[in-house]
Design a protein around this ligand. Structure first.
Ligand SMILES: Cc1ncc(COP(=O)(O)OP(=O)(O)O)c(N)n1
Ligand code: 3NM
Ligand code: MG
Length: 206
């Protein structure tokens, strides 16, 4: 494998969070078929740093030009791949990952950083660092077997409340199906993220 010599920087273009794929089972096959997705997050649990690094590089090699590519949790993995010129646009970090300020300092101003929220308090806290993030996840819409969020489900009204409260774009997540999307889109969220729905139907255009 030849080592790239020019670090990758995320192009300055509008961030399209509209149809947000979070990888689950069969990640490569799902991404390959999800050509309509606007944003791809590489998420796999449990996984080693090396395996996530290799999976992310493989996905970076098959995504569409219009798609934004993010790594879940691991700022170091995103940093290492970007330094090699691999097309990784940023990260999605949770409340237990690196602090946002450190992630931003490491990744630079061009990178995309998403942050998990899901309660009024977490959104109010994210508003205080809105200059450092590009969007927030707001979930769970409904309880999800994919991830135990340990937060009360938001439902349509909860999504709307957090979308109105947030100073940055919001992405709905948590047990969302294509049938939910029309109602969710009325809440003011900037995007809808799904795991199982994409695994079950990678070509969905919800
Ligand atoms: C878009 C989006 N929203 C929320 C999450 C959850 O992230 P996190 O809290 O880091 O939990 P894990 O996904 O790491 O289990 C997400 N990944 N993406
Ligand atoms: C990764 C994730 N985060 C959530 C949150 O509430 O922050 S819910 C979730 C899992 C979403 O998977 P599915 O679409 O299969 O329900
Ligand atoms: Mg995470």
């Amino acid at each position: 494998m030849t080592r790239e010599t020019h670090p990758y920087t995320t192009p300055a273009r509008p961030l399209d969070l509209n149809l947000y794929l979070v990888t689950g089972e069969h990640p490569l096959e799902t991404v390959q078929a999800a050509k309509h997705a606007t944003c791809i997050q590489v998420r796999s649990k449990p996984i080693s740093a090396r395996e996530l690094y290799q999976l992310t590089e493989a996905i970076a090699g098959i995504i569409q030009p219009h798609q934004t590519l993010l790594v879940d949790d691991r700022v170091d993995v995103a940093l290492a791949l970007r330094a090699r010129g691999v097309r990784v646009d940023g990260v999605h970090i949770g409340q237990d990952d690196l602090p946002v300020a450190d992630a931003r300092a490491l990744l630079g101003a061009d990178a995309i950083i998403g942050l998990t929220t899901g309660t009024r308090q977490l959104v109010e806290e994210s508003n205080k660092i809105a200059r450092l993030i590009d969007y927030i996840g707001t979930g769970p819409f409904r309880p999800s077997p994919t991830k135990q969020s340990n937060r009360p489900p938001l439902g349509i009204d909860g999504l709307r409340e957090l979308a109105e409260l947030s100073a940055v774009p919001t992405v709905a997540i948590g047990d969302i199906t294509p049938e939910d999307c029309p109602a969710i889109r009325t809440t003011g969220v900037a995007g809808i993220a799904m795991v199982r729905a994409f695994v079950d139907n990678p070509a969905l255009q919800a």
